[in-house]
Ligand binder design. Structure first.
Ligand code: C2E
Ligand code: MG
Ligand code: MG
Length: 746
């Protein structure tokens, strides 16, 4: 049998037996001479007792009048009537509770009422058994007897009801019997004993006082009850108010705590945010510091960091001259051309590669920096002599020249390096950097790649700076002029034209060689306005000469064009303007471009020369043999004339020795269908050889020196034959010499 089923059976048995006891008691009712007093007890039990109860404040104890009524009935009317009253009173109480919505089912009302009558029956039986066992009839009208009877009643009622309740609870909720009984013991005993006490007092009043006294006592008790009830009500309401206030306070505190917790969470959140922001700030400060001291492209030290380091080293050296260091200034050769031809993206990549190569070539203790553009600098430490520093610089110069591939291009890089050793005269980083730069410029100018700074270089440099500054005003102060060197046909000995050569007459320094000031003009960019002036001047001059006599009407003029001007897109316009202003036909103007400049950026040269050629001018490749011509490009470049560099002419001996290269160049030019001109002819031997080889034109001191325009003009009138006079036997002896040197004889 399940627990639920057992409980249901138990309930049914209780209801049945309780109802039977009630019915039995009811059957005894007619035996009782119905009195007003019983009716009063009955009405009290049905109408008042259910509603009368006293709840003790701050406890679970409730003093009900049900027990008092039952006990009083017991004393006055006997056990059966007590069972009846117990049933009726419980029934009325249940109905009252049902009306208040506390009890629900009719069955529960019946069960409770039956239970009450059953428990009272059991108590009655227990009482009977007790008294019969001691064979005594107690006189309930004596106080002692009343106390014993009531005490026994209360005790039996207490035990019966508490044991039953504990038993029922054990089955229902599987509680421990003894624990449950103990828990309910106090409240049950108090209810029973106070009920019994109250019943005893009322019993005594009824029996020993007259009706007036009973009424007064009843009134007093009623007043006391209602006052007490009111007082308890107030106390309870005060307690509940206090409890509510406490609850509200607790609620407020809870809310406050939640607020505080929220605030704390917010605070920790904002602290975290602040921490993150601080971290970001620290990172950005670090990045900012890094950016302030490093070059963004190569990640090398930048000028500022380099200068700070150099400043410390200079001061350190002043304190202890044993701690020596060297500064290298490095400049990539013609980096602008790389940028122009391959684009800035590749240019940037090249700079990055070069930076990495520099880093690989120095020690960890050395510092490599990018000063800007294509300029780098290195501090070499732990190197005691300038000789060792020069060795390192040469090694860098050689290694950097190793070609590499980048985006399908074969890249050739070379650097010019200036070396400046530490010196006590240096006070600022700029001092030592300036000297390393001077040495670098010297290396660049001389084409030697690496140079060490000396005091003489500084003097030279200052002179150069002065020349550059003076050159800026040379044109407007009419210090520049043109000299004209005749170009002679080696077959006929006739003049075919002039090479225009620039001269600078410095007011203090006198005549300055173009070899000295042309590089300065190129570096400073002054060469462009100067060449524009040269083009106008020479074109006008030649136009005049061509008009003098019919034999001069085919004269030409050769003008040298520098690399700087060739890369300038406006060159074509400048040429056209000069021709237009002077009225010189374009074929009378020949532009000379040196081989090294032409080959530097051959694709660009092809482009600009093609455009120049379209204007109708002639083109000549100058100083041929000194550069590194690619035959492929040479073939595509639209040159009309090839001018052999004078070093090849110069090296030829009287009997034609060392003429192999000359022969090769002549046959190359012929194959390329170019006219050949040789410059620097100083001896008759050289002239004969060139004539012998079939060179078309010649230029040299032997034939005519460069002259100012007035002298050149005079020469035009005075000379009709420009080759020097020589005897036929001389020619034979020379031919003999040529044959001895295995030269082809025509
Ligand atoms: P270049 O164009 O090769 O000019 C020929 C140089 O050889 C001239 O030197 C000329 O005076 C010199 N020369 C001619 N015949 C002889 C000779 O028989 N022996 C010797 N030793 N030298 C001879 P110059 O006038 O001093 O010019 C030197 C260089 O300066 C020129 O070489 C040219 O590259 C440059 N240059 C001269 N004038 C100009 C110019 O107007 N514009 C540009 N861009 N460069 C110029
Ligand atoms: Mg020339
Ligand atoms: Mg030349």
């Amino acid at each position: 049998m399940t627990r639920v089923n057992f409980l249901n059976y138990l309930k049914a048995i209780i209801t049945l037996t309780g109802s039977v006891s009630f019915l039995y008691a009811l059957a005894q009712l007619p035996n009782l001479a119905l009195s007003w007093s019983f009716l009063f007890v009955l009405i009290f039990a049905v109408a008042l007792a259910p509603k009368m109860s006293l709840q003790f404040p701050r406890s679970n104890l409730t003093l009900s009048f049900s027990d008092s009524v039952v006990f009083l009935t017991f004393l006055i009317y006997g056990g059966e009537m007590a069972v009846l009253i117990a049933f009726v009173e419980t029934f009325a109480t249940c109905v009252y509770l049902k009306r208040r919505g506390i009890l629900a089912s009719h069955w529960i009302i019946l069960f409770n009422s039956s239970l009450a009558s059953l428990l009272t029956t059991i108590t009655y039986v227990v009482l009977l058994l007790c008294f019969s066992s001691i064979s005594t009839n107690f006189d309930i009208y004596s106080t002692r007897g009343l106390i014993i009877v009531l005490g026994t009643l209360a005790l039996s009622q207490f035990f019966v009801s508490s044991i039953f309740a504990a038993f029922y609870q054990k089955i229902k909720d599987q509680d421990k019997f003894f624990e449950t009984w103990k828990r309910q013991c106090l409240s049950a005993s108090l209810t029973q004993f106070t009920g019994a006490g109250l019943a005893g007092v009322i019993f005594k009043l009824i029996n020993y006082a007259d009706i007036v006294l009973v009424t007064i006592a009843f009134l007093i008790l009623s007043i006391a009850y209602f006052n007490y009830r009111k007082m308890i009500g107030e106390i309870n309401s005060a307690f509940s108010q206090a409890e509510r206030a406490e609850q509200e306070k607790a609620e407020a505190e809870r809310e406050k705590r939640i607020e505080v917790e929220k605030y704390a969470a917010k605070l920790s959140d904002s602290l975290k945010k602040e921490e993150t922001a601080n971290e970001a700030l620290r990172k950005s400060q670090k990045a900012f510091k890094h950016a302030a001291l490093h070059d963004s492209l190569t990640n090398l030290a930048n000028r500022q960091q380099f200068s700070e380091l150099l400043f410390n080293l200079i001061n350190g050296y002043k304190n202890n001259p044993d701690i020596c260091f060297h500064v290298l200034f490095l400049d990539i050769r013609r980096f602008k051309n790389i940028n122009d031809s391959l684009g800035h993206t590749i240019g940037d990549k090249i700079l990055t590669i070069v930076a990495k190569r520099f880093l690989r070539m120095v020690q960890k203790t050395d510092t490599v920096a990018r000063l800007g553009g294509d300029e780098f600098a290195i501090i070499l430490r732990d190197i005691s002599t300038v000789g060792k520093a020069l060795k390192v610089a040469r090694r860098i110069h050689q290694s950097i020249a190793q070609p590499f591939s980048l985006s399908g291009n074969r890249i050739f890089i070379s650097v010019n390096i200036g070396v400046a050793p530490c010196d006590l005269e240096y006070n600022t980083p700029e001092d030592i950097l300036r000297d390393a730069d001077i040495a670098m410029h010297y290396a660049k100018e001389k084409g030697i790649g690496v140079a060490v700074f000396t005091k003489e270089l500084r003097v030279r440099f200052l002179e150069r700076v002065r020349l550059e500054s003076d050159l800026r005003h040379a044109l407007e102060r009419s210090q520049l002029s043109m000299h004209y060197q005749p170009l002679i046909s080696l077959n006929e000995g006739k003049i075919i034209g002039f090479e225009a050569l620039l001269r600078w007459h410095h007011p203090e320094l006198g005549m300055i060689s173009p070899a000295k000031f042309i590089p300065i003009a190129e570096d400073s960019g002054l060469i462009v306005p100067i060449t524009i002036w040269i083009l106008q001047e020479t074109c006008e001059q030649l136009a005049k000469w061509r008009k003098i006599a019919p034999e001069f009407q085919n004269l030409i003029v050769s003008v040298n064009i520098s690399g700087k001007h060739l890369s300038n897109d406006e060159l074509v316009d400048d040429v056209e303007q000069a021709l237009e202003h002077s009225g010189l036909p374009p074929e009378a103007l020949k532009l000379e471009i040196t081989e090294s400049v032409a080959m530097e950026n051959a694709e660009h040269t092809i482009d600009i020369l093609t455009r120049l050629k379209q204007t109708g001018v002639q083109l000549s490749i100058d100083d041929f043999g000194t550069g590194y011509s690619s035959l492929n490009y040479l073939h595509r470049l639209p040159f009309d004339t090839l001018k052999i560099d004078r070093s090849f002419v110069y090296s030829v001996g009287e009997n034609g020795e060392n003429s192999e290269i000359l022969q090769t160049i002549v046959s190359l030019a012929k194959n390329l269908k170019m006219k050949i001109i040789a410059e620097g002819i100083e001896t008759e031997g050289q002239l004969s050889l060139l004539q012998y080889l079939g060179c078309d034109y010649g230029q040299g001191y032997l034939l005519a020196k460069p002259q100012p325009k007035e002298e050149a003009e005079q020469m035009l009138f005075q000379k009709s034959h420009w080759l020097p006079h020589y005897e036929p036997e001389d020619f034979d002896s020379r031919n003999k010499g040529l044959a001895e040197n295995n030269l082809p004889v025509f």
